[in-house]
Design a protein around this ligand. Sequence first.
Ligand code: ACO
Length: 312
Amino acid sequence: MPKAGVWGIGSYVPEQVVTNTDFEKTLDTTDEWIRTRTGIEERRFAGDDVKTSDMAFSAAKEALTMAEVAAEDIDMIIVATVTPDMPFPSTSTLIQERLGATNAAAMDVSAACAGFMYGMITGQQFIETGAYQHILVVGVEKLSTVTNMNDRNTAVLFGDGAGAVVLGPVSEDKGILAFELGADGRGAMHIKLEEDYLEMNGREVFKFAVRQMGESCLHVIEKAGLTKEDVDFLVPHQANIRIMEASRERLGLPVEKMAKSVQKYGNTSSASIPMALVDELKNGKVKDGDVIVLVGFGSGLVWGAVALVWGK
Ligand code: ACO
C-alpha cells in the first residue's frame, strides 16, 4: 500500500493588513485585550475584487509549482471552505477550470476550521488505495464577508487567506503515519452562520478546543507508534494562542517547536494550518524527515489530526 505525503505546498496572503489599533477606532476594544486574550496582533482582509476562488487558485498554483506536477496530472481537487464564492458551483470546480486540471474530479468539503484536515485525510485515502496519484487539497476562507464588524466578540478574531498542498505517493519512511477525524454534533450550535453573520459561544468553543486538540495529538502519536518525544514540530489550527499553547504543553514541546502565525493572520479557519506550515518551512523550522503533527478543530463541532514525516 503506497504512503501518502506532501509533494508541494503554497499559500496566499491578502495584501490589506488590519491591525488591532484599527479596531480600536470602531469598536469598544483595545489592542491589549485582543493580544492577551487571543495572541492576534493583525489580520489580512481580501479586497472586494479578491474572491475565495482567487485566493484558492493562487495558493494551488504555488503548491503545484513546488510539487512539479502539471495541472493535467491532478486526479482530484478538494477545497475546504465555509466561505465559497457561492453555495454552488463548488470552489473546487472554479479552480479546476482556471488551473486547467481537466482530468481532476472536484469537490468541496465543509468542516470549518477542521476543513483542511478533513480534506487532507480524504485525499490520503485515495492515494493509499492506489486509486489516485496526485491530489490537490486547498483550505481557503474569506471570513471577512461573514463577520459582523460591529460585534467585538467576533470581529477581531478572523482573517482571510488560503493554503494548499499537493499530495502524492511517497517513500516508505515518509508521509502520513496516522490520522484521526471526529465530530460531536451536540456542540453544533456553538459556532454558526445564520442569516448573514457568524455567531459564536466563545467560552464553550474554547473549553472544547483545549481538550480536543491535546487529545487528538496524543491519539495520532500513539496510532503512529510514536511517543511525545518523537515529535519535532506541531502545527495547530491558529485560532487563539492560549488554545495552541495548551496543546503544545500537552505534548511537552518547547515554544520554538510550534507553528505560530495567529499574531499576523488571525483565525483563517480552514486556511490556517497550511498557511502556518508554509511560513515555518520558509523559516527553516520544518525539515525533511521531521515528525510533524497537524491538528484542527472547528464548528460542528469537528476535529482532525495527522502525524506525518515531512518529505517525499
Ligand atoms: N474587546 C474587549 N472586550 C471583549 C472583546 C473585545 N474584542 N470581546 C469580548 N470581550 C469581553 C466580553 O464581552 C466579556 O465581557 P463581560 O465579562 O462583561 O461579558 C469579556 O470580554 C470576557 O469574555 P470571555 O468570552 O470570557 O473571554 P475569553 O477569555 O473566553 O476570550 C475568546 C474570548 C477570545 C473568543 C475565546 O473564548 C476564544 O478564543 N474562544 C474560542 C474561539 C475559537 O477558537 N473559535 C474557532 C472556531 S471558529 C470556526 O470554526 C469558524
